[in-house]
Design a protein around this ligand. Structure first.
Ligand SMILES: Cc1ncc(COP(=O)(O)O)c(C=O)c1O
Length: 385
């Protein structure tokens, strides 16, 4: 089914921050499978953990205990904020968003949700109801929840809209698909305050921004707040499909047997991948390295923007979740980059998005800057302006 426009590129191998095509050509991967390979392709610790697990057991229902589950539980304690004491594992970001919404619906008894303009929370029906892009929603209504979309970073809109009819506010600390806008601390703090006052849940969706990508472990931590529910996915399994919902004590204590479930969620290979992902994150100081590389990327992008004012409106994002807001459709420029050995992706209508692995080097960033400059000046990109 042709849900994606093809890239016409056959990839045969991936290692660290690079991919290789069938002709042996190397690409710097700033696409990383929509941001999944943040720990690099075939991260050795993740590969080792999966291989070890393959030798033991591949299938085990979550009703049984296992060594790898105990190990992951201990490791998660090291990366989850203290107040989030319960977790559940699923396979995709959308599934995890669905569970967060179901918990809010069930526990508050309310069915009204607040999301934001340009938000992306996934494509399954509950998650899609929270996703703003009208072209993704078109023809799929009615949705299971009632959703109000507020302008992102608009504190007054939050103050007006979050009342005691609202089950939850769901927010990305940095909008991924929607265009790389970063939340101000004041905005997140206001959501927290209003949710407290209204008895609504604050759900933070870190499927894309979490696990160190923005230069801190969880991007919301910059605002010094505590969400009721944290949703994560993409990079945490090091390339293997794993997602997670973590909730605070009072929410976890109200969960009843049978209220949710998943056949594959938390399967032994996913647990091994997550164990490897967390080990890699901690043992290789990924957050610190992402922060340092992110600073270099930011400077490089500012330079490219200042050298190309006719095609670039500005620099967006945080850490290694960055991009250029162009004055035009970014697709021709992304194709130009691909022809020069760099894979990137778009965000929203005008943002060229870069989601490289944390091990991207100074030299990679320098070359990326040169290729971005050339691609922006290429006739095809100019034509789109
Ligand atoms: C913030 C956010 N939430 C949820 C999702 C959905 O995740 P998945 O595609 O794994 O279902 C995405 C995917 O891009 C995302 O960026």
């Amino acid at each position: 089914m042709g849900f994606y426009a093809p890239r016409n590129l056959k990839i045969v191998k991936g290692e660290g921050q690079y991919l290789w095509d069938a002709g042996g050509r190397r690409y710097l991967d700033c696409h990383t499978g929509h941001g999944v390979a943040f720990l690099g392709h075939r991260n050795p610790i993740v590969v080792e953990e999966i291989m070890n697990q393959l030798e033991k057991i591949m299938v085990l229902s979550p009703v049984f205990d296992s060594e790898v589950k105990e190990e992951v539980t201990k490791l998660l304690e090291k990366i989850l904020p203290n107040h989030l004491t319960y977790f559940y594992l699923l396979n995709s970001g959308s599934e995890a968003v669905e569970l967060s919404l179901k918990l809010a619906r069930r526990i508050t008894g309310r069915r009204r949700f607040i999301s934001f303009i340009n938000a992306f929370h996934g494509r399954t029906m509950g998650a899609l109801a929270m996703t703003w892009n009208p072209s993704y929603r078109k023809d799929y209504d009615p949705f299971p929840w009632e959703t109000g979309f507020l302008p992102y970073n608009d504190v007054e809109a939050v103050e007006r809209a979050v009342d005691d009819r609202v089950a939850a506010v769901i927010v990305e600390p940095v909008q991924g698909e929607g265009g790389l806008s970063a939340a101000t601390p004041e905005f997140l703090k206001t959501i927290r305050e209003r949710c407290d006052r209204a008895g609504a849940f604050m759900i933070i969706d870190e499927v894309q921004s979490g696990f160190g990508r923005t230069g801190v472990l969880w991007a919301y931590q910059r605002a010094g707040i505590e969400p009721d529910i944290l949703v994560a996915g993409k990079s945490m399994g090091g390339g293997f499909p794993v997602s997670m919902v973590a909730v605070r004590e009072e929410v976890g204590a109200r969960i009843e047997v049978g209220a949710h479930g998943s056949t594959h969620g938390g399967n032994p290979l996913a647990l091994a991948a997550l164990k490897g992902g967390i080990r890699a994150l901690l043992e290789d100081h990924v957050v610190k390295k992402a922060n340092e590389a992110g600073e270099l990327m930011g400077k490089m992008l500012e330079r490219v923007a200042s050298e190309n004012p006719e095609s670039v409106r500005g620099v967006r994002g945080l850490g290694l979740m960055r991009g250029l807001e162009l004055r035009c459709n970014p697709t021709p420029c992304i194709q130009e980059l691909q022809s020069r050995g760099v894979l990137a992706l778009r965000a929203g209508l005008t943002v060229l998005r870069l989601l490289p692995p944390y091990m991207i080097t100074k030299q990679d960033i320098q070359e990326l800057g040169e290729k971005l400059g050339e691609s922006l000046k290429a006739p095809a990109s100019k034509k789109a302006t």
